[in-house]
Design a protein around this ligand. Sequence first.
Ligand SMILES: [Zn+2]
Length: 485
Amino acid sequence: MPSSDVTVIRAADWVVAWDSDRADHVYLEGADVAWRGGALVQVGGRYQGPVTRELSGRGRMVMPGLVDIHAHTGDELLAKGLFDDIGSPGLWGQALYQFSTLLDADAEAVAACTELTLASLACSGVTTVVDIGGPWDGWLDRLAASGLRAYAAPSFRQARWDASSGHRLDYLWDVDGGRARFEAALRVVDDARAHPCGRLDALLAPAQVDTCDEALLRDAHAEARRRGIGLTIHAAQTMAEHEELMRRHGLTAPAWLDRIGVLDERVILGHAIFLDHHRWTRLRTASDLARLAERGTSVAHCPTTFARSGMTLESLGGYRRAGVNVGLGTDSYPFDMIAEMRDALVCARIAAGDVFDCGVGDVFRAATVAGARALGRDDIGRLAAGARADLVVVDLEHPAMGPVHDPLRSLVLTAGERAVRDVFVDGAHVVADGRMLAFDRAEAAARVAAGQRRAVAHLASATGAHGDATIDHIAPRCLALGGPR
Ligand SMILES: [Zn+2]
């Protein structure tokens, strides 16, 4: 957008505006939203200044773009449909360690997955994404080309998991190799922050709390502090990891990170489910939530992926009441931030056994301002003059939305991404009439499907723990194939 051009969405039926006195989102009816270049100049009332482009707000809700603080665009899609019904019984039913590591994505598959994932996120109203993974050649350029605001979080670790036994998690350490990957990640972080598109930033991303040693975590945190950026790490994400940390240190993940000085307001913990109060841990303390709140550490809550494995945070409302900043992420597929909000609400109420644990407004705050706060920002996740023009236009007349007594409830609980019409980032159109402009979603989907076929064929020919087992043996389809027996 030329910096002097003014766009106005005129008289939107509903606008989700930021009320600085309340420090909260509020509904406005029949209100204008105007931006100049990439920044909002007016939210509410009627914009009286000269206008370059005028869009009708009739039958529309304008809301802030969603902030996804935990996604893996690179290869998660390749596992779709394969490992959703299986897991390792000896590892709390998780498929992560024994199965998710079986598929190798080639370079073309990674590029295709990234495009399809970014398109899916944009079409569900995401305007900012934290992308953990990689790094690979062309990654930053893909992120930039998407039109989204993106935090590249190139991950690195010193240990790989070995769960080939099916009942035990072992760690194959390569301390020096992990150090080299850390150095490489620092270069990618600096490249992202210097990218000419102006929409890229970065986080340091030691991959998991159980796969990096203390010295590396301390050094990564120091580099994040030196650059003034955040750090994200998977922590308290499974019971297998929890038990490993208890065995190594006698501490939960947050307690250990706190002890080594890597727990503060610049840190986002991926998932943070198995804290000491979680019933599965059977610990006799309940101090982790207070520790996270005191340190100002944020949590990236990704309910959908974990609910698929039969586990969830206990509970979103409980974390919020303890003063913990919880943002939302999409982690793996379906890469639908509105579905993630709905699952966050449902999981919270089931985990707490209480319909009052949290409401639609709470999950919407988690998906907007809480994510922004986790990234240290007050200029995204809200619609207010001076904030970035990152916004979503929802079609109130979509049949799945009606009747629209409360538009966010209709969107989150019923219509989902189907009602997302237009998405703007820095004032520029990224999704128009439900279609991602930068990438062809259907074409990317076809390339991902081809990539999955290659990965499955490669698995069938690979040797190792599963010998020559095919995917049909490892992960049978949910129904048997019909026809003659
Ligand atoms: Zn993750």
